[in-house]
Design a protein around this ligand. Sequence first.
Ligand code: GDP
Ligand code: IMO
Ligand code: MG
Length: 429
Amino acid sequence: MPATILVGAQWGDEGKGRIADWLAAESDVVARYGGGDNAGHTVYVEQKVFKLHLIPSGILHERAVCVLGNGMVINPVNLVKEINHLRELGADVSPERLRISTRAHIITPAHIALDGASEKKLGSQAIGTTLRGIGPAYLDKTGRRGIRAGEMANVEDFADMLHQAIQEANAAMLQQGLEAIDAGSAVAPYLDAAQRLKPYLTDTAVYLNGRLKAGARVLCEGAQGTLLDVDHGSYPFVTSSSPTAGGALTGLGIGPGYVDRVVGAAKSFSTRVGAGPMPTEQHGEIGDRLRGTGEHFWDEFGTTTGRPRRCGWLDGVMLRYAAQINGCTELFLTKLDVLSGFDELKLAVAYRLDGQTLTEPPTANRDLERVEPVYETLPGWQEDISAARRAADLPEAARAYIRRIAALCETPVFTVSVGPERDQLVRFD
Ligand code: GDP
Ligand code: IMO
Ligand code: MG
């Protein structure tokens, strides 16, 4: 049976958590393939808000087995906290339900300290990372000196490795005039966590291939988004992994032949958290209105860091690019309800740069910073659409907006969401 890849088609926070929760209902396995606890995936079930950082959203269903794939970077202390929190909320997070790849990499206290140090050094050029140690962990992975999750099976050796990593980081920290990490207090919770996590360690690539061969349905849950991809995003204002569909294959160790569906998650407008170019960003009243005041949990404030997200009109140039990079077979549009009440909506369909019209984003940030979006203006709608469940329940202006996005991206939109609850969906097939 086939695999589905769910991928963020913008700068993250597209609503992947809620879409994964929806797709998980018909999946046997849900597997995260990249990133770490920089992700914050929100799922709203029966008036309860679940914020998942490392564990796939499938954990909220009774059946699906959840996998933390080899492409991830894992902070074991935060993973144990998340397991405990989910248990308190009533989820089954036993080793039968959750598998951690022995090949995933560990985020050490050194990585977290170095992430902060690097951002400090960059000053006004800072990337605006989530300060979770993501970049330094991937740097050690590709530098072939990282610690892998499988090492937690032998807690004594794991302790030695952590001490050595901290010692090396401390040399760098002191050189920068920063405070050294106290190895004793930093390592102790890691060893407790390692003891707790041992039963979950699995060769997940072998596990996934076995399940796929036996006919299981696998959902590959992406984190971050295409425009934060280390290759395809606005480098260097990106994360250090490959959130795109290709990353699902390497991040889980499965072949492309299994994949028959790639769902691109896209918000009905644009948001970005952290620094870097965002051509359609709106600073005034429009940006504030899209963001919301913070009174609702779905307003645009970071799930992981609480930072206000930058907001703007939907960038169709970027979305079409993302649909192409990922080979999306469909798009899922979220938060359409937030657009109710605008007299008109703008949609960027091209960029102008130095007298030329571009239909693809330029590679260099110095160009992307200077592009002028070419907007198409579409009529808005006033109705509250949160109770819509069929296409016919939506105002014609909303349907026209969706049609235009699908045509521009040359990718069908089969589903839109009109609120954060499980059933607040409209299907178009
Ligand atoms: P993710 O990182 O892609 O999983 O997205 P986040 O969870 O960080 O941010 C998306 C936010 O939008 C969450 O608070 C969701 O509950 C919320 N959300 C998702 N879909 C909808 C929708 O259709 N309408 C509204 N109002 N909120 C939504
Ligand atoms: P989810 O899965 C939005 C952004 C950070 C920063 C850049 C690099 O919830 O969509 P990092 O800590 O990864 O080195 O930060 O990437 N970023 C995200 N933005 N959603 C995310 O995850 C993100 N994960 C990282 O804000 O700009
Ligand atoms: Mg998020």
